[in-house]
Design a protein around this ligand. Structure first.
Ligand code: ADP
Ligand code: MG
Length: 329
């Protein structure tokens, strides 16, 4: 039973960044306006995600860490379309609890007492009263302490931190209305303000030079003969580039996804203007009919495909090209 639990956990929890992803999704689902992420040694020693969301009662806390418990199953149609809440399998907290020493502390927003509960290698403790602000904090220490084979496969602190940073950045960009902060070994890496403004969010995560070089993308389909309804966001000046593709952030119906069609569409819009092996910054929100997106290419990955790949590419390229042309670029 314990082995089965650990194998299942391995599918959700691959590395510190996957823990961060699940915890941040839960915070956003919990209607948080502030999400603070702190990791130690790339997340290998400790991960803490704190939010000011709806919080949990003692009973909810106890249920939350059990496998296949979710408070989010509503409309199955919603789930299949990949819209609505971010998490819905009810597996994440249980999976994390199985492979680390986890403490969840929470207090309901609407009043009531705070409680904390500890899960150590799958052993669930009792909720105990605890003083804490409204909202939830999850602390995950010693990831994979009981699964040495997995612990061994973690990379250096710096590499694990890069993955954590990428995840934190994507959620910050996807949610400009939420103040998201990230700390590594007690040093602040970034902090967004949660004003709802995309450009100031970009400024907080990528810095002033990048934010100032960004041009607005604002494109809507003229008719309903194309799959994409709208494309909006920011893309950088062709000379403001980096060596990594990870600065191309794409969101489909407000969900962070990776899709080669979207990346290639953005690059194509720049034509021959990019230096070899350099990539622009892009933060693009693509809206389209959820029924035309396949989110189950890899159930646990972020890769999506489109029924009409070519149509999506054309619209996104046009949207970005229009934006660059409008700035004379
Ligand atoms: P899922 O997100 O798929 O429901 P999880 O294991 O991630 O599954 O979480 C289980 C449940 O715990 C959630 O459905 C939610 O009710 C509760 N929960 C988890 N994290 C939070 C949080 N940060 N704030 C409030 N409730 C939470
Ligand atoms: Mg979840």
């Amino acid at each position: 039973e314990e082995t089965v639990q650990r194998i299942a956990a391995g599918e959700v929890v691959e590395r510190p960044a996957s823990v961060v992803k699940e915890l941040v999704e839960n915070s956003i689902d919990a209607d948080a306006s502030r999400v603070s992420i702190a990791v130690d040694r790339g997340g290998k020693d400790g991960i803490r995600v704190r939010d000011d969301g709806v919080g949990m009662t003692a009973d909810e806390l106890d249920l939350a860490v059990r496998d296949h418990h979710t408070s989010k199953i509503g409309d199955i149609g919603d789930l299949e379309a990949g819209v609505g809440t971010l998490g819905f399998r009810g597996e994440a907290l249980a999976a994390i609890g199985a492979v680390a020493r986890t403490t969840v502390r929470s207090k309901p927003r609407g009043g009531g007492m705070g409680h904390e509960l500890t899960v150590e290698g799958g052993d669930i403790g009792e909720p105990e009263p605890a003083g804490c602000p409204a909202g939830t904090v999850v602390e995950v220490a010693d990831l994979f302490y009981n699964v040495p084979a997995r612990r061994k496969f973690l990379k250096t602190d710096a590499t694990e931190f890069d993955h954590v940073n990428t995840v934190a950045t994507q959620y910050a960009l996807a949610n400009p209305g939420v103040a998201v902060s990230l700390e590594h070994d007690d040093r602040e890496v970034f902090a967004t303000e949660g004003t709802g403004n995309l450009r100031s969010t970009v400024l907080s995560v990528y810095g002033r030079e990048v934010a100032e070089s960004m041009v607005d993308v604002e494109w809507s389909a003229a008719g309903d003969d194309v799959p994409v309804q709208s494309v909006r966001g920011l893309v950088s000046h062709p000379e403001t580039t980096r060596a990594g593709r990870e600065y191309l952030s794409t969101f489909v119906n407000d969900r962070y996804v990776t899709a080669s069609a979207l990346r290639e569409a953005v690059l194509e819009a720049y034509g021959g203007q990019l230096a070899p092996d350099r990539y622009p910054f892009a933060v693009l929100f693509v809206e389209l009919d959820p029924a035309t997106v396949d989110v189950n290419v890899h159930p646990r990955k972020l890769e999506v495909r489109f029924d009409d790949e070519q149509g999506v590419r054309e619209s996104v390229t046009e949207a970005v090209r229009d934006a660059l042309l409008a700035e004379g670029l």
